[in-house]
Design a protein around this ligand. Structure first.
Ligand SMILES: [Zn+2]
Length: 195
């Protein structure tokens, strides 16, 4: 499939799917405050649907997602807003098995991005930039990625505990917020508490 065909197909299918969705949309009365006072910080991994795996319905929880589900400055910004303006009280930090952020290091990400900006491939456990022809339109790689904290990690339990501690110790997070840690298993769909 060529780039253009793929783009067109994805655009069209999303517009079509939404036409169906909006025809039977019945949630116009929902309020922005999550009714179960829950906020979940988790990874953007496409194999996980936090609303499904946690038995949630629309309007019941905030879901904050990024690569790894890490307690980055921006994730904490969202959590603070989630409580201060929208009343959440129970926060969940959920990392998962086979997370891409455990399969790479900050140094490797920096090196790969300096090489080029196209999608890398995993070859026998090592990420590499495949050889490609560059065109006049190809934007070159850059070393700026070497200065970014990508929040990669190796130990799931440690990363959950570290993120809980980062959130807990933030000056703008009140003491009465409950913070729970879990690991989601992408092979079984099971959540295991981390404590
Ligand atoms: Zn992940």
């Amino acid at each position: 499939m060529s780039e253009n065909t793929r783009e067109t197909e994805n655009f069209t299918s999303i517009v079509e799917a939404n036409t169906h969705y909006s025809k039977s949309f019945s949630q116009s009365e929902l309020q922005p405050q999550p009714t179960r006072h829950i906020s979940i910080l988790t990874c953007m991994d496409s194999r996980m649907d936090p609303y499904k795996f946690a038995g949630l319905l629309d309007g019941e929880a905030h879901i904050i997602r990024n690569a790894g589900g890490r307690a980055t400055e921006d994730a904490i910004r969202s959590l603070i807003i989630s409580h201060k303006f929208l009343g959440t009280l129970d926060w969940f930090v959920i990392h998962h098995t086979n997370c891409g952020m455990t399969l790479v290091t900050d140094d490797v990400i920096g090196e790969l991005l300096e090489g080029d900006l196209e999608t890398a491939v995993l070859e026998e456990g090592v990420w590499v930039n495949p050889k490609r022809e560059s065109t006049a339109n190809t934007k070159p790689g850059s070393a700026v990625g070497k200065a970014i904290d990508w929040h990669t990690f190796t130990d799931l339990r440690e990363s959950v505990l570290k993120d809980i501690s980062t959130i807990r110790n933030h000056n703008l997070v009140p003491n009465h917020i409950n913070i729970f840690g879990f690991i989601f298993d992408v092979k079984t769909g099971k959540l295991t508490p981390v404590n």
